[in-house]
Design a protein around this ligand. Structure first.
Ligand SMILES: [Fe+2]
Length: 237
């Protein structure tokens, strides 16, 4: 099997992260610094993203980097270096969030714009970093691990997530995937998760799918949990 045909453990989670980052950056860009309610909601979204980025980074450190290093010494050193930098950037972003939180009036407008710019730079760096992981780290992984071993690594990461982390991950990952990837992701979940958990994920994800994408998912998966269709009637699609 050619390397390009091998399952890429990074692709779907990175698609979700990219979508999440863009969504939060746009939220901060349009945030009204003179509206306390708007600022509170927006900063809450930034903090959730920062927590998600840290969790993702730590899981890669704990599971993927040791696996790469075990069979390809030095293979994860560039990504590990990026991660150290990102941890410092995350701490600086939390300080920028805090500065926006405690300021008011025109000082808050300045603090919010500063946060927006710092977040944009962090996201830009992460886009380049994720590209390196999806190409270089993926190549190192599949050169030294079988398909079964890569799946086992993924299952170890998934098994280490809290229920809240799992739901947040699916919230961004499933709607950001291509239809065939989404079908693969959710059919795997249906096989491995308790039915109520699968139903909860489908309910969480569906509002973020277009009608066309929902129809494709329903065709791929067959009978789905009873849910409101976009025209309002109940359907076991
Ligand atoms: Fe990473």
């Amino acid at each position: 099997m050619a390397m390009t045909d091998r399952y890429n453990i990074y692709v779907l989670i990175h698609k979700g992260l990219r979508a999440w980052m863009c969504d939060v950056l746009a939220t901060v860009g349009r945030m009204d610094p003179y509206d306390v309610e708007d600022v509170t909601a927006g900063l809450g979204k930034v903090r959730a993203l920062l927590a998600g980025c840290e969790s993702h980074l730590l899981h890669e450190n704990e599971y993927l980097h040791p696996a790469i290093e075990a069979r390809c010494p030095g293979g994860a050193s560039a990504a590990a270096h990026d991660h150290d930098h990102h941890l410092r950037a995350l701490a600086a972003l939390e300080s920028a969030v805090r500065a926006a939180e405690v300021a008011d009036g025109s000082a808050r407008a300045i603090a919010v714009l500063r946060l927006y710019r710092e977040l944009a730079v962090f996201i830009a760096e992460n886009f380049e970093h994720m590209h390196r992981e999806e190409t270089e780290n993926h190549a190192a992984l599949v050169a030294h691990y079988s398909e079964t071993e890569v799946f086992a690594l993924e299952q170890a990461i998934v098994g280490s997530l809290t229920p809240e982390e799992k739901m947040t991950t699916m919230r961004w990952m499933a709607p950001s995937a291509a239809p065939h990837e989404r079908a693969m992701l959710l059919s795997g979940l249906r096989l491995n998760a308790p039915r109520p958990a699968f139903d909860a994920v489908v309910s969480l994800v569906r509002p973020f799918l277009t009608g066309r994408d929902w129809d494709k998912l329903a065709v791929a998966l067959g009978p789905m949990p009873v849910a409101e269709t976009r025209t309002g009637e109940l359907a076991a699609a």
